[in-house]
Write a protein that binds this ligand. Sequence first.
Ligand SMILES: [Zn+2]
Length: 350
Amino acid sequence: MCSASSPSPTPRASSKQRDRWRRCVTATDAALGESLGRFFVARHFAGESRDVVRQMIVAISEAFGERLGELDWMDEKTKERAREKRQQVAYLIGYPSSWRVYDFSLDKKVYAANVLAGRAFEVKRQLTKVGKPVDREEWQMSPPTVNAYYDPLLNQMAFPAGILQPPFFSARSGLAVNMGATGETIGHELIHGFDDEGSQYDAKGNLASWWEPETRRRFEARTQCVVDQYSAYEPLPGVKINGKLTLGENIADIGGLKLAFRAYRALRKGAEERLVADGFDEDQQFFLSFSQSQCTKWREERARTLLQTDTHSLQKFRVNGSVTNMPEFARAFSCAEGKALNPKQRCDVW
Ligand SMILES: [Zn+2]
């Protein structure tokens, strides 16, 4: 994703030009995103979708609050500030509460004229913000975008309707399935707001460090385990994952999956019976959904570049690296102790 804090597609490297219709849709989305988005939302994100996502977010935020109480590397003062920040995170779900009005007309014949009109509109819109209060409801992505972000300057998290689609989310899917995919993303983004990145910005988004130095030292000491774990992965012969480059994202992946699992279990607490689908129980569905949401195919050249430049690990290792640190995964699939995905020692940060 384009924000450093997100889980998926990085710009593609293609061997041929993308189809014309795709390029047209991309250009329209860039110039008239919220106008195009209204149609997308009406067709693909109607009904109870927003409420279902909101319920998931509340449960994950609560799971994070519980987890804060358990962390032995974080001191009490820092925890208090973290709790305050947690309460103030703004969540944008699906689409804006009021749609942007594009006050320029389109030329049906001259493409370039429309591009220029769109750019002029955007520059004017940006300049109009100068001197006015910050709008924490403003979206930085259009509704159809398959992406999500956490913005530390606004303490704001956004999930466009585009990523709230199968295989990431569906209002008709079971809770375990939604939590394994979208829930993990929510947890991942939330952790960024409180980790070594997020600790530099307070609850209002001001550049003000709020971690006590001792907490920072303990955090760094703990993260060496994650560096070592991922540095041992070798996706291509002779090319290993750079455990330091990908550290922040790996920590967020592991922590995000744990939060989502805890939240899913909390919401299912007291449920009469466990649901089984296609022979898989709910815990198994949770982990399968997580792994399917990361399913990606790269050409080798691209994978090689990503391994050296991307702050995220390659998807297969985002999955294996995360589940390796969860005993719940090993129990769900009866992995024998000492196997690759059920090691004797695990990393535990968030
Ligand atoms: Zn991230």
